[in-house]
Design a protein. Structure first.
Length: 138
C-alpha cells in the first residue's frame, strides 16, 4: 500500500438543477518509496447533486480521462519512465455551506482505476479528500 499526497482542482457547471459536468485536475506524489512516483491526471464526467439535508448537500460523481504516471530516476526495469494511462473515477461526497459563496467539501469515498498500457492491468486506488468550494455565480 502506498500513501500519496497531493491536490485536486475541480470545476463544475450545472446542466440542470441536479445534474452537472465536472472536470478534475489532480496531482499526486510519493517521495517516501522506491521508486518515487508522481501522477498528473485530467478526468471529466457527470455529477448528480441530491437535495440538501440540513446544511450538507450530498453528491455522487463518475469520471473518465487520462493519468500520467512518472517514476523517479531509480525506477526498476519493469516500469517505463512515464506514460499516459486511461483512468476512471467514481465517488460520493458532500458540500457543507459556510457562507453564500463558500463551502467545505468532503469526499470520504472515492475509487480511481488506472489501466497501465504496458502490462494491461488495472490498478485500483481508494482515496478520501477534503477541501473548500468557491461558488462563482451571480
Amino acid at each position: 500500500m502506498q500513501k500519496l499526497a497531493g491536490w485536486t482542482a475541480t470545476a463544475e457547471a450545472n446542466v440542470m438543477k441536479h445534474i452537472g459536468m465536472q472536470v478534475d485536475f489532480l496531482t499526486l506524489y510519493n517521495t517516501q518509496s522506491n521508486p518515487r512516483m508522481t501522477k498528473f491526471g485530467v478526468l471529466a464526467g457527470p455529477r448528480y447533486t441530491l437535495n440538501p439535508y440540513w446544511k450538507a448537500t450530498p453528491f455522487v460523481f463518475g469520471e473518465a480521462g487520462e493519468v500520467r504516471t512518472t517514476y523517479g530516476q531509480e525506477n526498476p526495469a519493469n516500469h517505463p519512465g512515464s506514460d499516459w494511462n486511461p483512468a476512471a473515477k467514481a465517488g460520493i461526497g458532500f458540500d457543507v455551506k459556510l457562507g453564500r459563496n463558500f463551502a467545505f467539501q468532503a469526499v470520504p469515498a472515492e475509487w480511481m482505476g488506472e489501466r497501465f498500457d504496458r502490462s494491461g492491468h488495472w490498478q485500483n486506488n481508494y482515496q478520501a479528500r477534503v477541501g473548500f468550494v468557491f461558488y462563482l455565480r451571480k
